[in-house]
Ligand binder design. Structure first.
Ligand code: MN
Length: 392
């Protein structure tokens, strides 16, 4: 059980903590069936995620059952359950048989005063009791500093040190409302590592579109654990997306990853359907437009050499390259498209057809289906023939 997680802890690699089934399902309006939760857990495991945050046992009923069923799959990934900092929650988690628990409590004064309506001392005390209880039960413990990014610095450091003393294995640094930016993230995480010596997980939200960037900045600063969700699902604007973080680590940071990238598309599409949140066409990495080229200059470049406008090849994640014929197409794309159908156009013919394509696409306000392109071609041949006959 949890073999992949245990090995990664030892070999020092970056550890993916996927919370699609917890934070992802907390997206307003999203609910997975138990079958879907189990399927998603299997897919995450087969892709190579190290730890799966499977849900909240304190919710009882279906949620608790689904978590126990996921534990029963005996996956390579560690199965973590989410808890408030109280013993009863943790008991429910242990009943599911998980090997890891996340113990969550707010560290910002705005949360402590207005949500918990208590004191910093109460927070430290309850966190400590919960961590000690969980460690005595022999499970791996992440202490989640909720709203860490808006917390008083000295208190956050004190909180992390107390968690470590109580036996916690790592600190989840939660940018709960998504107010970090990458430069601040890098500085904060570097300082926190220095001040506490504690392992850190990044948990970033996308309220300003920076969840992925902040997660990566944290990793660069030394956080070994990176919290993600498939498609960036999650509360409000969502979390850092698994597929974005993984591909950015590989291509922008040059990190060797063991995750199976070629299965990303299938996973992302499955989660999109199960969550009722379709992938937008311009979604980074897995959106349908990621490898669609329309503009003349881009299509021409890609036809000559894909690397001119693609950093990685579509096959790597299970997509296909598409040359889209539309208003911004150029004659090279027209020639290439007709070649797919066994028709060799001269440059002159391509230019003449392109003029018609531009007219039609503006009228229709969209790109063309291949079939429509063929109709334009038939009309073009017809006109040409008539012109030739009329000329005699
Ligand atoms: Mn969250």
């Amino acid at each position: 059980m949890a073999k992949r997680f245990q090995e990664a802890l030892k070999d020092g690699s970056i550890i993916f903590v996927d919370t699609t089934l917890r934070d992802g399902e907390q997206t307003a309006g999203v609910v997975f069936s138990n079958e879907e939760k189990i399927r998603i857990a299997r897919m995450l495991d087969s892709i190579g995620v190290h730890q799966i945050e499977a849900g909240i046992p304190a919710m009882e009923g279906d949620e608790k059952q689904a978590i126990a069923d996921i534990v029963g799959l005996n996956l390579q990934a560690s199965i973590m359950a989410w808890n408030r900092a109280n013993i009863n929650d943790i008991k429910r988690s242990l009943e599911c048989g998980v090997d890891a628990v996340a113990i969550s409590i707010s560290t910002s004064d705005i949360h402590i005063t207005h949500k918990l309506r208590t004191s910093r001392e109460w927070v430290l005390e309850n966190m400590t009791k919960a961590v000690e209880f969980a460690k005595n039960a022999g499970v791996y413990v992440s202490v989640n500093a909720e709203d860490a990014s808006r917390s008083d610095w000295d208190f956050l450091v004190q909180f992390a040190r107390r968690a470590k003393e109580a036996g916690a294995d790592r600190l989840r640094f939660c940018d709960t409302v998504g107010v970090l930016e990458p430069f601040k993230t890098y500085e904060t995480i570097s300082r926190l590592l220095e001040a506490t010596g504690m392992e850190i997980e990044m948990h970033t939200h996308n309220d300003f579109g920076m969840a992925t960037a902040n997660a990566l900045a944290g990793v660069k600063a030394g956080a070994r654990f990176v919290g993600v969700t498939v498609n960036g699902l999650g509360e409000r604007a969502g979390n850092a997306a698994l597929e974005e973080v993984a591909m950015a680590l590989k291509y922008l940071f040059g990190v060797e990853l063991k995750v199976k990238i070629k299965d990303f598309l299938e996973l992302c599409q499955y989660v999109a359907r199960a969550s009722g949140r379709p992938l937008s066409v311009h979604k980074p990495i897995v959106g349908a437009n990621t490898f669609a080229h329309e503009s003349g200059i881009h299509a021409d470049g890609v036809i000559k050499n894909p690397h001119t406008y693609e950093v990685f090849s579509p096959e790597e994640i299970g997509l296909e390259r598409q040359i889209i014929i539309g208003k911004h197409s150029g004659s090279h794309a027209i020639i290439a498209k007709f070649k797919e159908y066994g028709i060799d156009l001269s440059r002159e013919e391509a230019e003449e057809i392109l003029a018609k394509v531009r007219k039609v696409t503006v009228n229709l306000k969209r790109t063309l289906f291949d079939k429509e392109l063929m109709y334009i071609y038939e009309d073009y041949l017809h006109e040409k023939r008539n012109a030739a006959l009329g000329g005699k």
